[in-house]
Structure formats: C-alpha cells, structure tokens
Design a protein around this ligand. Structure first.
Ligand SMILES: C[S@@+](CC[C@H](N)C(=O)[O-])C[C@H]1O[C@@H](n2cnc3c(N)ncnc32)[C@H](O)[C@@H]1O
Ligand code: SF4
Length: 398
C-alpha cells in the first residue's frame, strides 16, 4: 500500500528521516467468508452467492485471533466475500476491537442499510472501506448487479453520518478509468475521508479478465490526477487521505511528479520513499483466506504457505523453508528483467510479484504493470517487455 498523502506532507512540512520503524507483525487481511451477494468481474476471491464448505468456525477464528495478537499483529482487515454475510461478524468484530486490534471492515456496502447501521456503528470499526468502481452504470455492470451503486452510496452516507471513517475503494481498469475525475468529485461532495485506488491484480476473475487492465499510459494519467488532487487538499490543509495498492511504481512516479514541482525536496522525498521500500507482501502484509490458508497477500490464493487449522499463523509466517516466502523476505529481493535493472529499485522493491507469476510462472520476473519507461528507470531496453497477454489456462496453472 502506498500512502500518497503521507509523502505529500513531506513536501509541505519535511520531517527528519529518523530510523526505519519495523512494525511488530504484519497487517492481516482476513477473508472470513467467500460467499458474496455480488459476483464482480475482477474479483480475486472468485466469490459467488453460495456457501463454501470448510470455512473457519467462530471458535477457530477466535483461536487464530489470539495467536495473531500474541504475534504482534496490529491491524485486522475483515474481508470476504462479503463479510457482513457471516452471521458471527459482529461477535468477531467486537472481540477484535476488545483485544486492541485496529479493525477495518472491507465491504461492498450493499448490505449496509437503516436496519443495521446502528449495530455497525456500535462495533467501533476504525475504518470501513466500501468499493465503488465507477459511476452508476459502470459500477453496476462491473459488479453485475443493478442497484449496487445506489446501495453502496447509501452505505457510505450512513457510515459517514454515524461518524465512521469511510473510504471509497476504486479498482482501476480500462473500462472505468475515464470516470476517475467524477469519482474524486463525488468523494469531495459526499465528504468521504479516504480514496483508495487499487490497481488491477492478476488473481481469480481479475486474472481471467486481465485483458481489461489499463494500458500503461492510462495509469500514468490516473496517477497524475490523483497526485494533483491529493496535493490540492494537502496544500489547503484539508484532511483527506489518498492511498493506492498493487502498484509500487506509484512511489517512483510520485518522485517524478515532485521533481517538476519541488526540485529542492526530491532528495528528501527519495530518502523517505526508500525507507518505505515498496512492495511488502509476505513481510508486512499477510492474508488468511476463508479456509484458513495463509498467503503472502490476498492475490496469492493459488499458493498456500500453510493452514491455520494445522499450524499457528505465527509459525507459518516465520517459516522461510518455503521458497516463495524466502524470496519475498530476502532484502533486497532479487528480481529479474527490467525491475532488476531499475535505478529506483530501492523505492519500489520490484513491485507486485503475483502479476509476474501469473504471466510467466516465475515469481521473480519483472512486473508487467510497471508504467515507467525504460528511459525513466535507466533500463537498457535491450529486451522486450513482458506484455499482458490474453488469459490462457496454461498461464493460470503456473
Ligand atoms: C475481494 S473484495 C471483498 C470485500 C467486499 N466484497 C468488496 O467488494 O469490497 C476486497 C477489495 O478487493 C478489490 N479487488 C477484488 N479483486 C481485485 C483484483 N483482481 N485486483 C485489485 N483489486 C481487487 C475489490 O474491488 C474490493 O475493493
Ligand atoms: S469484489 Fe467483493 S463484492 Fe465483488 S464479488 Fe468479490 S467479494 Fe463480492
């Protein structure tokens, strides 16, 4: 995750570099249920409106929570599927809050209405993220349900009016990129606290539909707009948060953005960004799926590191006998292709490994979604870039 606002604040009020802070444990994104009332086109969990057998019971969830707490996990993001479909979601949420976790709810919003908003407010969630993937028509097509947009907007309003910190989460594709300006205006008009732009990752239905991924030029335009919008708020001292996920080249691109506007602060910003270091799947980000399988992040469901029903998370997470885990935890990571040649590797860390894996079967190949040019990153350009080819069954198996 890349926190744009935090780094833009460094351009307004630079702070001393200081030592790098290592969080005590990873942020855990926990898909408590795979069932969902929607079946979105890009969904990494390939969720659908039926039950999936073998999911963790309430008691098993509690047992895992105790282990996570003892291991120093600071943040739980309760996700799915649609987490509000889990009958025990409120019990789990309250317990997590009482245990002192920072608790986020990741929801499509369609099930939040007047009948349950008080109960949701009682949970004391630190953050509720609602997905909005375009204006009404685009969103409903993408999420494959008429009326989804209206219901999700209603949810955001209800949460906002209860004083819950609310975020609008947008997954960028070639189909909805043109609506980003309107969504940023909507965020402002509706008084939404946070905007999260999720770059498409190649997992589940998002992998099957990866031909819909943005062309690299579209990503650049989207990021230009996001940076300009964020800076507008930061410079006016208005508290709005802008965050991106799944493309760590965003940190490098911000550096380019700053070079044009604040050349005197570029060295400072670069030092701060290098301290962040880019992709942290398998290090500071972890995922537990609905069956209890542990993954380096939510987009690795085709690769399990172990199952919490058999071994505690704390043990699985430290075990580097797994080659993927060993490679992700290696510092610096060894990445091939143009990522390996990149002069900004210290900032982005080689970006998103799962895209490389889905395309080539090699998790250490270059990330095809890096939208920086060879010239910008100092790569020779002697090799052909890895291109996003149409999905094939062979690619899915590797
Ligand atoms: C899997 S959903 C679960 C929570 C809830 N059902 C929702 O839609 O917000 C979590 C978030 O991941 C995003 N997402 C799903 N598949 C993705 C993919 N392939 N690439 C990037 N983001 C994705 C969704 O848009 C959503 O914001
Ligand atoms: S992205 Fe969320 S709302 Fe859409 S199908 Fe997946 S879990 Fe359901």
């Amino acid at each position: 995750m890349f926190r744009i606002t935090q780094y833009m604040q460094e351009l307004k009020n630079p702070t001393p570099l200081g030592p790098k802070r290592q969080p005590p444990g990873p942020v855990v994104i926990w898909n408590l249920i795979r069932r969902c009332n929607l079946a979105c086109k890009h969904c990494y969990s390939i969720s659908a409106d039926h039950d999936f057998p073998g999911e963790l019971s309430t008691a098993e969830v509690y047992g895992v929570m105790d282990d996570l707490k003892a291991f120093g996990v600071p943040v739980l993001i309760l996700s799915g599927g649609e987490p509000l479909l889990r009958p025990d979601i409120y019990d789990i949420s309250l317990r997590a809050k009482r245990m002192g976790f920072y608790v986020g709810l990741s929801s499509n919003g369609t099930l939040i209405d007047g009948s349950n908003i008080d109960r949701i407010a009682e949970m004391g969630y630190d953050y509720v993220g609602v997905s909005i993937d375009g204006l009404e028509e685009t969103h409903d097509r993408f999420r494959r349900m008429q009326g989804a947009y209206d219901a999700s907007l209603r949810a955001m309003r209800l949460c906002r009016d209860k004083g819950i910190k609310i975020g609008m989460r947008f997954t960028l594709t070639q189909d909805n990129a043109h609506e980003l300006p309107a969504l940023l205006r909507l965020m402002d008009d509706e008084g939404i606290d946070k905007f999260y732009l999720s770059h498409l990752n190649y997992a589940g239905r998002g992998n099957i539909n990866r031909k819909d991924d943005v062309v690299l030029q579209t990503t650049r335009r989207a990021m230009d707009l996001l940076f300009d919008t964020c800076w507008d708020y930061v410079s006016r001292g208005v508290a709005k948060e802008f965050v991106t996920g799944n493309n760590d080249a965003d940190g490098v691109y911000l550096l380019f953005w700053a070079r044009e506007r604040f050349p005197q602060l570029v060295d400072h910003l670069r030092a701060k960004l290098a301290q962040w270091g880019g992709n942290s799947s398998g290090v500071n980000i972890a995922n537990i799926d609905n069956l209890g399988n542990v993954h380096p992040d939510t987009f690795w469901w085709h690769y399990s590191l172990g199952n919490v029903k058999q071994r505690p998370f704390s043990e699985i997470w430290r075990d580097t006998s797994d080659p993927l885990m060993a490679g992700l935890k290696r510092l610096p990571r060894r990445i091939e292709g143009r990522c390996g040649e990149c002069r900004y590797f210290d900032v982005c860390g080689g970006n998103t490994r799962v895209r490389a894996h889905q395309l080539t079967g090699n998790p250490w190949a270059e990330d095809p979604a890096c939208y920086l040019t060879d010239e910008e990153i100092g790569a020779s350009g002697a090799r052909e870039r890895l291109a996003v080819s149409p999905y094939s069954r062979r690619a899915a198996r590797t």
